[in-house]
Write a protein of this length. Sequence first.
Length: 241
Amino acid sequence: MTTVDSGGQRANIDGFAGAIMLALTCSWGFNQVAIKIANAGLQPVFQSGMRSLLAGLLVLVWCRIRGIPLFRRDGTLAAGIVCGALFGAEFGIIYLALDYTSVSRGIVFLYTMPFFVALGAHILIPGERLTPLRTVGLVAAFAGVVIAFADDLSLPSPDAPLGDALCLIAAAGWAATTLVIKTTRLRIAPAEKVLVYQLAVSAVMLLAAAPFFGPAFRAFDGGVAAAFAYQVVIVVASRSR
C-alpha cells in the first residue's frame, strides 16, 4: 500500500500503519451504531450539539499541550464559519435520521457522499471534471443504491423512508463541507484548526436549536453514557491526534 507524503513523494505504508488505518476505519464506522444507542437516552439534536461541545474542548486541550496554533490570523474565518455551519447541519440531520431508520440503511445512504462530491468537484474544481465514462459509472453506482432499498418489504418501520431521505440530505451536506475545505484557504490550514471550526460552530448552532426538538433527556443510562462517550473521545477528539 502507498500514500503521498507532505513533499508529494509516494511512501509505502507498512503492515502496522495499515492495521492502524483499518482499526480507525472500523472505530469510525461504529459511530452510527453509537448514535443510535445514545438516541435512546438523549434527544438527537441535543446529543449532537453536546458531542461537538465536549469534543471541541478536548481538541483545544490537545492542541494547547502540543503547541498547535489555532488563533493565528490566516484568512480562514469566513470559510471556517461556513464549514462549521454545514458540519452542524449535517450531523444534526444524521442524528435525527437515525431516530427513524436503521443504522444499516442509514449508513448506506449517508455514504452516497462521494457522488455529491464528484458532482460538486466537476463544477468547482478545475481538473476534476467528470468524463462520460466517469458519469456512467457514477449514475450506475447511485442507481444501485436506489434499487437495493426500493423494496418496501425491507423497511424496518413505516418511518424509514423519512430517515433514509434525511441521510441523503446529510450526505449532500457532508459533500458540501468537503468542497468548502477543498476550495477555500481551509485546504492549507492545520487539520486541527479546521476541526475546531467545525466543532465550535456546530456546538453553538445545534445547542441553540435543540430546545425546538423536545426534552434533552430520554431514558438515560450507563449504555447511553458509554455510547456518547465513545463518540466524543474516540470518533471526534481522536481525529486531532
